[in-house]
Design a protein around this ligand. Sequence first.
Ligand SMILES: Cc1cc2nc3c(=O)[nH]c(=O)nc-3n(C[C@H](O)[C@H](O)[C@H](O)COP(=O)(O)O)c2cc1C
Length: 370
Amino acid sequence: MRVRVSRLLIFTCRNGQLVCDDPVDHRQFALRPAVWALLPHYTAWREPREADTPVVKQLLEAGLLTEEGSPEHRREETLGPWHTWGTAATYFHLATRTHDDERFVSAAEDTARLREKGAQEPQPEPFKRYGTEPVALPAPDPLPMELGRALRHRRTTRRFAAGHPLSARRLSTLLHWTGGVQHRVDLPGFGVSLLKTSPSGGARHPVEIYPVIRSADGVRPGLYHYAPDIHALEPLREEPPTDEEILHWCGDQSFTARAPVLFLYTAVLERSAWKYPMGRTYRALFADLGHLSQTAYLAGTALELGVFFTAAIRDETVERELDLHWNSEIPLGVSGFGVPEPQEAERQTAMLDGGPAGFSYPRDAWDGLE
Ligand SMILES: Cc1cc2nc3c(=O)[nH]c(=O)nc-3n(C[C@H](O)[C@H](O)[C@H](O)COP(=O)(O)O)c2cc1C
Protein backbone atom coordinates (compact mmCIF):
# COMPACT_ATOMS: atom_id res chain seq x y z
CA MET A 1 0.00 0.00 0.00
CA ARG A 2 1.25 3.48 -0.86
CA VAL A 3 -0.17 6.70 0.55
CA ARG A 4 0.12 10.42 -0.14
CA VAL A 5 -1.20 13.65 1.40
CA SER A 6 -4.70 14.25 0.00
CA ARG A 7 -4.60 16.71 -2.84
CA LEU A 8 -7.89 18.48 -2.12
CA LEU A 9 -6.80 19.67 1.31
CA ILE A 10 -5.66 23.16 2.16
CA PHE A 11 -3.24 23.86 5.01
CA THR A 12 -3.37 27.14 6.85
CA CYS A 13 -2.67 28.45 10.34
CA ARG A 14 -5.07 29.79 12.94
CA ASN A 15 -4.56 30.66 16.62
CA GLY A 16 -0.99 29.44 16.55
CA GLN A 17 -1.92 26.05 15.12
CA LEU A 18 -1.48 24.47 11.72
CA VAL A 19 -4.98 23.77 10.46
CA CYS A 20 -6.03 21.37 7.74
CA ASP A 21 -9.15 22.38 5.81
CA ASP A 22 -11.09 19.74 3.94
CA PRO A 23 -13.40 21.64 1.55
CA VAL A 24 -15.17 18.49 0.34
CA ASP A 25 -16.66 17.65 3.72
CA HIS A 26 -16.43 21.16 5.18
CA ARG A 27 -14.18 20.03 8.05
CA GLN A 28 -11.32 21.86 9.69
CA PHE A 29 -8.96 20.28 12.17
CA ALA A 30 -5.79 21.39 13.96
CA LEU A 31 -2.75 19.18 13.37
CA ARG A 32 -0.63 17.87 16.22
CA PRO A 33 3.07 18.77 15.76
CA ALA A 34 3.85 15.05 15.36
CA VAL A 35 1.48 14.79 12.39
CA TRP A 36 2.74 18.06 10.95
CA ALA A 37 6.32 16.73 11.08
CA LEU A 38 5.30 13.54 9.31
CA LEU A 39 3.48 15.05 6.33
CA PRO A 40 6.47 16.16 4.18
CA HIS A 41 7.52 12.53 3.81
CA TYR A 42 4.14 11.70 2.25
CA THR A 43 3.93 14.49 -0.33
CA ALA A 44 4.72 11.76 -2.90
CA TRP A 45 3.39 8.18 -2.97
CA ARG A 46 5.22 6.28 -0.23
CA GLU A 47 4.94 2.93 1.56
CA PRO A 48 4.18 3.87 5.18
CA ARG A 49 7.28 3.65 7.36
CA GLU A 50 7.04 1.04 10.10
CA ALA A 51 7.04 3.64 12.89
CA ASP A 52 4.32 5.70 11.18
CA THR A 53 1.85 2.84 10.77
CA PRO A 54 -0.59 3.76 13.62
CA VAL A 55 -0.64 7.46 12.68
CA VAL A 56 -0.96 6.67 8.96
CA LYS A 57 -4.03 4.56 9.75
CA GLN A 58 -5.59 7.48 11.65
CA LEU A 59 -4.73 9.94 8.88
CA LEU A 60 -6.24 7.69 6.24
CA GLU A 61 -9.44 7.50 8.28
CA ALA A 62 -9.43 11.28 8.73
CA GLY A 63 -8.94 11.78 4.99
CA LEU A 64 -5.61 13.56 5.41
CA LEU A 65 -3.80 10.83 3.52
CA THR A 66 -5.08 9.08 0.41
CA GLU A 67 -4.39 5.47 -0.47
CA GLU A 68 -3.16 4.80 -4.00
CA GLY A 69 -5.93 3.30 -6.14
CA SER A 70 -8.70 4.19 -3.64
CA PRO A 71 -11.93 5.99 -4.63
CA GLU A 72 -10.45 9.14 -3.00
CA HIS A 73 -7.38 8.84 -5.24
CA ARG A 74 -9.60 8.44 -8.32
CA ARG A 75 -11.55 11.57 -7.27
CA GLU A 76 -8.28 13.53 -7.13
CA GLU A 77 -7.40 12.30 -10.63
CA THR A 78 -10.75 13.17 -12.20
CA LEU A 79 -11.31 16.80 -11.33
CA GLY A 80 -12.50 17.75 -14.81
CA PRO A 81 -12.20 21.48 -15.55
CA TRP A 82 -11.31 22.13 -11.89
CA HIS A 83 -7.91 20.66 -12.71
CA THR A 84 -7.42 23.44 -15.28
CA TRP A 85 -8.90 26.15 -13.09
CA GLY A 86 -6.50 25.35 -10.27
CA THR A 87 -6.44 24.93 -6.53
CA ALA A 88 -7.99 28.28 -5.57
CA ALA A 89 -11.10 27.88 -7.75
CA THR A 90 -11.53 24.22 -6.77
CA TYR A 91 -11.19 25.05 -3.09
CA PHE A 92 -13.62 27.98 -3.31
CA HIS A 93 -16.21 25.93 -5.17
CA LEU A 94 -16.04 22.98 -2.79
CA ALA A 95 -15.89 25.10 0.36
CA THR A 96 -19.03 27.02 -0.71
CA ARG A 97 -20.86 24.03 -2.19
CA THR A 98 -24.03 23.38 -0.18
CA HIS A 99 -24.61 19.84 1.08
CA ASP A 100 -27.73 17.67 1.32
CA ASP A 101 -28.10 18.53 4.98
CA GLU A 102 -27.49 22.27 4.54
CA ARG A 103 -29.71 24.20 6.91
CA PHE A 104 -31.36 27.24 5.38
CA VAL A 105 -32.84 29.73 7.80
CA SER A 106 -36.51 30.63 7.41
CA ALA A 107 -37.48 34.17 6.45
CA ALA A 108 -38.77 34.70 10.02
CA GLU A 109 -35.49 33.48 11.57
CA ASP A 110 -33.52 35.64 9.19
CA THR A 111 -35.59 38.71 9.99
CA ALA A 112 -35.09 38.16 13.73
CA ARG A 113 -31.34 37.69 13.20
CA LEU A 114 -31.06 40.85 11.11
CA ARG A 115 -33.11 42.91 13.56
CA GLU A 116 -30.72 41.91 16.31
CA LYS A 117 -27.71 42.60 14.13
CA GLY A 118 -29.14 45.91 12.91
CA ALA A 119 -29.54 47.12 16.49
CA GLN A 120 -25.78 46.68 17.05
CA GLU A 121 -24.44 47.45 13.60
CA PRO A 122 -26.62 49.45 11.19
CA GLN A 123 -26.65 48.10 7.67
CA PRO A 124 -24.27 49.85 5.26
CA GLU A 125 -25.63 52.63 3.07
CA PRO A 126 -27.33 51.16 -0.04
CA PHE A 127 -25.50 53.66 -2.24
CA LYS A 128 -22.18 55.41 -2.28
CA ARG A 129 -21.57 59.15 -2.56
CA TYR A 130 -18.23 60.78 -3.32
CA GLY A 131 -19.43 64.27 -2.49
CA THR A 132 -17.99 65.92 -5.60
CA GLU A 133 -20.18 68.52 -7.34
CA PRO A 134 -22.70 66.30 -9.17
CA VAL A 135 -23.33 66.71 -12.89
CA ALA A 136 -27.10 66.70 -13.43
CA LEU A 137 -28.53 64.42 -16.11
CA PRO A 138 -31.64 65.21 -18.19
CA ALA A 139 -34.84 63.41 -17.19
CA PRO A 140 -34.76 59.83 -18.52
CA ASP A 141 -37.16 58.71 -21.24
CA PRO A 142 -39.26 55.55 -21.31
CA LEU A 143 -37.57 52.73 -23.24
CA PRO A 144 -38.86 52.89 -26.79
CA MET A 145 -38.80 49.14 -27.62
CA GLU A 146 -40.96 46.25 -26.50
CA LEU A 147 -39.19 43.47 -24.62
CA GLY A 148 -39.58 40.75 -27.27
CA ARG A 149 -37.96 42.93 -29.88
CA ALA A 150 -35.18 44.02 -27.52
CA LEU A 151 -34.42 40.38 -26.66
CA ARG A 152 -34.36 39.39 -30.32
CA HIS A 153 -32.13 42.33 -31.28
CA ARG A 154 -29.70 42.07 -28.36
CA ARG A 155 -26.25 41.17 -29.71
CA THR A 156 -22.75 41.89 -28.52
CA THR A 157 -21.41 44.75 -30.63
CA ARG A 158 -17.69 45.43 -30.92
CA ARG A 159 -17.70 47.84 -33.85
CA PHE A 160 -18.71 51.41 -33.13
CA ALA A 161 -19.22 54.27 -35.60
CA ALA A 162 -16.60 56.99 -35.04
CA GLY A 163 -17.90 60.52 -34.42
CA HIS A 164 -21.24 59.46 -32.93
CA PRO A 165 -21.37 60.71 -29.33
CA LEU A 166 -24.18 59.56 -27.08
CA SER A 167 -26.69 62.30 -26.31
CA ALA A 168 -26.94 63.20 -22.61
CA ARG A 169 -30.56 62.08 -22.80
CA ARG A 170 -29.68 58.61 -24.05
CA LEU A 171 -26.97 58.34 -21.40
CA SER A 172 -29.46 59.40 -18.72
CA THR A 173 -32.06 56.91 -19.99
CA LEU A 174 -29.49 54.11 -20.12
CA LEU A 175 -28.33 54.81 -16.55
CA HIS A 176 -31.85 55.17 -15.22
CA TRP A 177 -33.06 51.83 -16.61
CA THR A 178 -29.81 50.01 -15.78
CA GLY A 179 -28.92 51.29 -12.33
CA GLY A 180 -31.59 53.78 -11.29
CA VAL A 181 -33.69 53.51 -8.15
CA GLN A 182 -37.23 52.35 -8.90
CA HIS A 183 -38.49 52.13 -5.30
CA ARG A 184 -37.18 52.57 -1.76
CA VAL A 185 -38.32 50.22 0.98
CA ASP A 186 -37.89 51.61 4.48
CA LEU A 187 -38.18 48.84 7.05
CA PRO A 188 -38.06 50.03 10.67
CA GLY A 189 -34.97 48.62 12.35
CA PHE A 190 -33.24 47.89 9.01
CA GLY A 191 -32.97 51.13 7.13
CA VAL A 192 -33.56 51.66 3.45
CA SER A 193 -33.34 48.99 0.73
CA LEU A 194 -33.48 49.92 -2.92
CA LEU A 195 -35.39 48.20 -5.68
CA LYS A 196 -34.03 48.50 -9.22
CA THR A 197 -34.85 47.05 -12.64
CA SER A 198 -32.54 44.07 -12.00
CA PRO A 199 -33.00 41.62 -9.18
CA SER A 200 -30.30 41.51 -6.50
CA GLY A 201 -29.65 38.88 -3.83
CA GLY A 202 -31.33 40.09 -0.63
CA ALA A 203 -32.01 43.45 -2.37
CA ARG A 204 -28.45 44.37 -1.37
CA HIS A 205 -27.56 45.90 -4.76
CA PRO A 206 -23.80 45.71 -4.17
CA VAL A 207 -22.95 46.82 -7.73
CA GLU A 208 -21.77 50.37 -8.35
CA ILE A 209 -21.54 51.89 -11.82
CA TYR A 210 -18.61 54.11 -12.80
CA PRO A 211 -19.38 55.66 -16.21
CA VAL A 212 -16.39 56.46 -18.41
CA ILE A 213 -17.58 59.19 -20.73
CA ARG A 214 -15.41 59.44 -23.80
CA SER A 215 -17.88 61.12 -26.11
CA ALA A 216 -21.33 62.29 -25.01
CA ASP A 217 -23.09 65.54 -25.96
CA GLY A 218 -23.38 67.83 -22.99
CA VAL A 219 -21.21 65.75 -20.61
CA ARG A 220 -17.47 66.42 -20.29
CA PRO A 221 -15.31 63.41 -21.06
CA GLY A 222 -14.08 61.88 -17.82
CA LEU A 223 -14.43 59.22 -15.21
CA TYR A 224 -17.56 59.48 -13.08
CA HIS A 225 -19.49 57.67 -10.38
CA TYR A 226 -23.21 57.19 -10.95
CA ALA A 227 -25.17 58.31 -7.88
CA PRO A 228 -28.51 56.50 -8.29
CA ASP A 229 -30.16 58.30 -5.35
CA ILE A 230 -29.97 61.64 -7.18
CA HIS A 231 -29.62 60.24 -10.73
CA ALA A 232 -26.48 62.28 -11.36
CA LEU A 233 -22.82 61.79 -12.19
CA GLU A 234 -20.13 62.52 -9.64
CA PRO A 235 -16.85 63.49 -11.37
CA LEU A 236 -13.90 61.44 -10.13
CA ARG A 237 -11.03 62.85 -12.12
CA GLU A 238 -10.33 65.82 -14.35
CA GLU A 239 -8.33 64.15 -17.10
CA PRO A 240 -10.44 61.92 -19.35
CA PRO A 241 -9.03 58.39 -19.67
CA THR A 242 -6.91 57.88 -22.79
CA ASP A 243 -7.26 55.06 -25.33
CA GLU A 244 -4.18 53.42 -23.81
CA GLU A 245 -5.71 53.48 -20.35
CA ILE A 246 -9.01 51.98 -21.52
CA LEU A 247 -7.15 49.28 -23.41
CA HIS A 248 -5.06 48.49 -20.36
CA TRP A 249 -8.12 48.34 -18.07
CA CYS A 250 -9.99 46.11 -20.53
CA GLY A 251 -7.40 43.42 -21.23
CA ASP A 252 -6.00 45.05 -24.41
CA GLN A 253 -9.23 44.39 -26.35
CA SER A 254 -9.06 46.95 -29.16
CA PHE A 255 -12.82 47.50 -29.47
CA THR A 256 -13.14 48.73 -25.89
CA ALA A 257 -11.32 51.99 -26.67
CA ARG A 258 -13.78 52.75 -29.48
CA ALA A 259 -16.91 52.81 -27.31
CA PRO A 260 -18.05 56.38 -26.58
CA VAL A 261 -19.35 55.30 -23.15
CA LEU A 262 -18.27 52.51 -20.81
CA PHE A 263 -19.61 51.45 -17.43
CA LEU A 264 -17.07 50.01 -14.98
CA TYR A 265 -18.88 47.76 -12.52
CA THR A 266 -17.70 47.08 -8.98
CA ALA A 267 -19.25 45.41 -5.93
CA VAL A 268 -19.27 46.98 -2.46
CA LEU A 269 -18.59 43.89 -0.35
CA GLU A 270 -19.93 45.11 2.99
CA ARG A 271 -23.40 45.72 1.57
CA SER A 272 -23.77 42.00 0.86
CA ALA A 273 -21.59 40.74 3.72
CA TRP A 274 -23.73 42.56 6.32
CA LYS A 275 -26.69 40.38 5.44
CA TYR A 276 -24.84 37.28 4.22
CA PRO A 277 -21.68 36.63 6.27
CA MET A 278 -20.73 33.46 4.36
CA GLY A 279 -18.31 32.72 1.50
CA ARG A 280 -21.06 31.61 -0.86
CA THR A 281 -22.11 35.27 -1.10
CA TYR A 282 -19.12 35.85 -3.39
CA ARG A 283 -20.93 33.81 -6.04
CA ALA A 284 -24.00 36.03 -5.69
CA LEU A 285 -21.97 39.15 -6.52
CA PHE A 286 -21.31 37.78 -10.00
CA ALA A 287 -24.91 36.58 -10.39
CA ASP A 288 -25.99 40.10 -9.45
CA LEU A 289 -23.68 41.62 -12.04
CA GLY A 290 -24.93 39.15 -14.68
CA HIS A 291 -28.48 40.31 -14.16
CA LEU A 292 -27.45 43.95 -14.24
CA SER A 293 -25.33 43.51 -17.35
CA GLN A 294 -28.21 41.86 -19.19
CA THR A 295 -30.42 44.79 -18.19
CA ALA A 296 -27.74 47.12 -19.60
CA TYR A 297 -27.69 45.07 -22.81
CA LEU A 298 -31.48 45.28 -23.15
CA ALA A 299 -31.72 48.97 -22.25
CA GLY A 300 -28.90 49.76 -24.69
CA THR A 301 -30.56 47.67 -27.41
CA ALA A 302 -33.88 49.44 -26.83
CA LEU A 303 -32.02 52.74 -27.36
CA GLU A 304 -30.57 51.32 -30.60
CA LEU A 305 -27.06 51.27 -29.18
CA GLY A 306 -24.51 48.56 -29.69
CA VAL A 307 -23.48 47.01 -26.37
CA PHE A 308 -20.68 44.74 -25.17
CA PHE A 309 -19.71 43.24 -21.85
CA THR A 310 -16.26 42.10 -20.86
CA ALA A 311 -15.00 40.33 -17.77
CA ALA A 312 -11.43 40.42 -19.12
CA ILE A 313 -10.28 43.40 -17.09
CA ARG A 314 -7.15 44.22 -15.08
CA ASP A 315 -8.59 44.29 -11.57
CA GLU A 316 -5.52 45.78 -9.94
CA THR A 317 -5.35 48.65 -12.43
CA VAL A 318 -9.07 49.44 -12.11
CA GLU A 319 -8.78 49.31 -8.32
CA ARG A 320 -5.92 51.80 -8.41
CA GLU A 321 -7.80 54.06 -10.82
CA LEU A 322 -10.91 54.10 -8.63
CA ASP A 323 -8.89 54.13 -5.39
CA LEU A 324 -10.45 50.88 -4.19
CA HIS A 325 -9.02 48.18 -1.97
CA TRP A 326 -9.94 44.57 -2.60
CA ASN A 327 -10.99 44.23 1.03
CA SER A 328 -13.96 46.54 0.48
CA GLU A 329 -14.89 47.06 -3.19
CA ILE A 330 -13.89 44.91 -6.16
CA PRO A 331 -14.09 45.43 -9.93
CA LEU A 332 -16.36 42.90 -11.67
CA GLY A 333 -16.59 43.83 -15.34
CA VAL A 334 -17.17 46.49 -17.97
CA SER A 335 -19.96 47.25 -20.43
CA GLY A 336 -19.52 49.50 -23.45
CA PHE A 337 -22.12 51.35 -25.48
CA GLY A 338 -22.15 53.25 -28.76
CA VAL A 339 -23.77 53.65 -32.15
CA PRO A 340 -22.81 50.56 -34.19
CA GLU A 341 -20.74 50.91 -37.35
CA PRO A 342 -23.17 50.89 -40.35
CA GLN A 343 -21.75 47.58 -41.71
CA GLU A 344 -22.10 46.02 -38.26
CA ALA A 345 -25.70 47.24 -37.95
CA GLU A 346 -26.39 45.76 -41.42
CA ARG A 347 -24.77 42.46 -40.46
CA GLN A 348 -26.92 42.20 -37.34
CA THR A 349 -30.08 43.08 -39.27
CA ALA A 350 -29.21 40.49 -41.94
CA MET A 351 -28.71 37.89 -39.23
CA LEU A 352 -32.21 38.63 -37.90
CA ASP A 353 -33.54 38.19 -41.43
CA GLY A 354 -31.98 34.72 -41.68
CA GLY A 355 -28.54 35.77 -42.94
CA PRO A 356 -25.32 34.10 -41.80
CA ALA A 357 -24.82 34.07 -38.07
CA GLY A 358 -21.51 35.36 -36.73
CA PHE A 359 -19.76 37.38 -34.11
CA SER A 360 -19.03 41.06 -34.06
CA TYR A 361 -15.27 41.33 -33.83
CA PRO A 362 -13.42 44.45 -34.94
CA ARG A 363 -11.85 44.05 -38.36
CA ASP A 364 -8.29 44.13 -36.97
CA ALA A 365 -9.01 41.11 -34.76
CA TRP A 366 -10.84 39.34 -37.56
CA ASP A 367 -8.42 40.02 -40.44
CA GLY A 368 -7.72 36.94 -42.45
CA LEU A 369 -10.81 35.17 -41.18
CA GLU A 370 -13.48 37.25 -42.92
C1 LIG B 1 -19.57 36.77 -18.41
C2 LIG B 1 -19.30 37.29 -19.79
C3 LIG B 1 -18.01 37.65 -20.11
C4 LIG B 1 -17.70 38.14 -21.40
N1 LIG B 1 -16.43 38.56 -21.66
C5 LIG B 1 -16.14 39.00 -22.91
C6 LIG B 1 -14.83 39.45 -23.22
O1 LIG B 1 -13.94 39.46 -22.38
N2 LIG B 1 -14.57 39.90 -24.48
C7 LIG B 1 -15.54 39.92 -25.44
O2 LIG B 1 -15.25 40.33 -26.55
N3 LIG B 1 -16.81 39.50 -25.17
C8 LIG B 1 -17.13 39.05 -23.93
N4 LIG B 1 -18.41 38.66 -23.65
C9 LIG B 1 -19.44 38.68 -24.71
C10 LIG B 1 -19.60 37.29 -25.30
O3 LIG B 1 -18.47 36.99 -26.09
C11 LIG B 1 -20.86 37.25 -26.13
O4 LIG B 1 -21.98 37.38 -25.26
C12 LIG B 1 -20.97 35.94 -26.91
O5 LIG B 1 -20.00 35.89 -27.93
C13 LIG B 1 -22.33 35.72 -27.51
O6 LIG B 1 -22.68 36.77 -28.38
P1 LIG B 1 -24.00 37.62 -28.14
O7 LIG B 1 -23.83 38.43 -26.89
O8 LIG B 1 -24.15 38.48 -29.36
O9 LIG B 1 -25.15 36.64 -27.99
C14 LIG B 1 -18.73 38.22 -22.38
C15 LIG B 1 -20.03 37.85 -22.04
C16 LIG B 1 -20.32 37.43 -20.75
C17 LIG B 1 -21.76 37.08 -20.40
